[in-house]
Design a protein around this ligand. Structure first.
Ligand code: MG
Length: 395
């Protein structure tokens, strides 16, 4: 990046002007600046705060836990209003609700959610029949089908061997679970799943998709790459998925029960428009421009003829994200005014600004380091001279 101007505009965080200058924490001139693939600086105070979520509680065998506050509840033990038969839209399912759980009625077919969704954190609890019947794939078999396409196997594998890639917690036919952490049949088991569907653009894969699964809190799928959907006997092949699909639960002929089903949608990945993570140059540049515009707008609310510093700081801050000749010129003018004002101060008044001026010197070092101003910018030299004259680096 080449500086657009040759004279300094000084920047600092507004918060720091009126409070502590010591550590510079919270300053936008603190960590590494935005670059070609990261629109935010390291420790960037302009970055949106994480949303607040009230966590839920864990389940016991007797009592299902509560979901996090932002979860979308698919089944809370009361009714099947959010579900339908897999045969078609609006067809009621023959699955039944008993004692707070929804239960597969063998022969009734898969059940699916009426709503569709894609990338998610999904919580499901299930219980195989207490009465043990059948062997291998015939014992307590069901399945959690993400988007109706990827089966995380549900099976009573408590003292029941089967082919490993068909064990409970397997991505069926693709990857066995890392462990068998099942409780005895009749008890509720929990699956906590993180699912990212495959993303294609113009027929080319940008991301194959991944699934992670915790079975009763034990990691059984560790960011397992998807190879398309899952299926019986045939090797699955990578392919594009739609944006969303229903969650399906399998009828495999066993009266498996489910309870406490909820999900949280996940934000888009950077490859599909998300602004966190490693971004393309194009996406980074666009986001940096957006952040700079937001800061410039805020700067316009900080005009104060008696004190040029707040507006100057914000304008300068915007230049860290996007160089803009008009903004640079305006910040330069304000910096010149600030420095001229310093010259008029009494020795005592200047001494009172020691921390502020030393911090601004640090800011100039930041700006020089990231090539936002030139190393010989005049006001940087002036600040250094004031600090030297006052002997502030030694006191
Ligand atoms: Mg199954």
């Amino acid at each position: 990046m080449k500086p657009l101007y040759t004279s300094l505009c000084i920047g600092a965080s507004l918060a720091l002007v009126s409070s502590s200058f010591a550590a510079n924490v919270g300053s936008p001139f603190y960590g590494d600046a935005p670059d070609d693939h990261h629109p935010w600086a390291i420790h960037d105070p302009n970055r949106p705060q994480p949303k607040l979520v009230t966590p839920g509680t864990f389940s016991s065998q007797e009592q299902p836990g509560t979901p996090p506050s932002d979860a979308i509840i698919l089944f809370d033990g009361s009714d099947l209003s959010k579900w339908e038969a897999d045969e078609g839209t609006g067809v009621p399912t023959k699955w039944v609700v008993k004692n707070g759980a929804m239960e597969c009625v063998p022969g009734s077919g898969y059940v699916r959610t009426k709503e569709t969704f894609g990338d998610c954190q999904l919580h499901v609890e299930w219980a195989a029949p207490t009465k043990v019947e059948g062997n291998s794939q015939g014992r307590g078999n069901s399945g959690v089908f993400l988007m109706g396409l990827v089966e995380v196997q549900v099976l009573d594998n408590y003292n029941n061997l089967t082919y490993p890639d068909g064990t409970a917690g397997a991505v069926y036919g693709v990857n066995p679970p890392l462990a068998n952490a099942l409780r005895p049949p009749g008890q509720f088991q929990s699956y906590d799943i993180v699912f990212r569907r495959p993303v294609y653009k113009d027929g080319q894969p940008l991301d194959p998709g991944y699934v992670s699964v915790f079975e009763n809190g034990v990691l059984v799928q560790d960011h397992t790459m998807l190879e398309g959907g899952t299926g019986h006997m045939s090797r699955s092949k990578p392919r594009a998925f739609p944006a969303t699909g229903p969650l399906k639960l399998q009828d495999h002929g066993n009266p498996v029960r489910y309870r406490n089903i909820w999900y949280r949608p996940l934000p888009p990945r950077s490859i599909e428009g998300g602004t966190d993570g490693y971004l393309s140059l194009e996406a980074t540049t666009a986001k940096r421009g957006e952040i700079a515009a937001m800061i410039r707008k805020d700067a316009s609310t900080r005009k104060d003829p008696a004190n040029p510093l707040p507006e100057m700081l914000r304008l300068t801050e915007s230049l860290v994200y996007e160089q803009d000749a008009d903004t640079a010129e305006k910040a330069q003018q304000l910096a010149a005014q600030y420095l001229a004002d310093l010259q008029k101060l009494s020795p005592a008044a200047l001494a009172a600004k020691k921390d502020e001026i030393k911090h601004l010197r640090d800011v100039t070092k930041f700006l020089i380091r990231f090539n936002i101003i030139p190393a010989d910018a005049e006001p940087a030299i002036q600040l250094e001279q004031i600090i030297k004259d006052q002997n502030w680096d030694k006191k």
